[in-house]
Design a protein around this ligand. Sequence first.
Ligand code: SF4
Length: 126
Amino acid sequence: MHSQAAGSEYGGVTPEEWADFEEHFDKRKVELGNCARPYGSPCQHEHACIRCPMLQVNPRMLSRLAEIEKDLMLRRKRAEEERWLGEIEGIDMTLTFIRGKQAEVARLNSRSPVALGFPTPRPHRE
Ligand code: SF4
């Protein structure tokens, strides 16, 4: 038996809960775009966003991504000269993630919008 109205079962949201909720979305803004981790969950990847599947790159930040890629290529060249093999491996992995993010943005940008058409009123039934 339910004597309470549905709304009162859930109770109200306290100002602290609401502030916490808003803070979560503020914290999801990262340099390259948005973090898509679920509400209430902490960053599991030590803020290594480029390597993280939760990062949604903002297309406006593609030039920044290209800068990071260029910098990594220079670091890779130096690592090759110095024979820092572990460093090369790490850089190559990060470059793979960067290129994956670039491809993802390109794929999303190339999709054409779906035409849903205009709604029309249904014939009146008696
Ligand atoms: S590393 Fe991943 S989960 Fe953490 S802030 Fe960056 S995008 Fe979000």
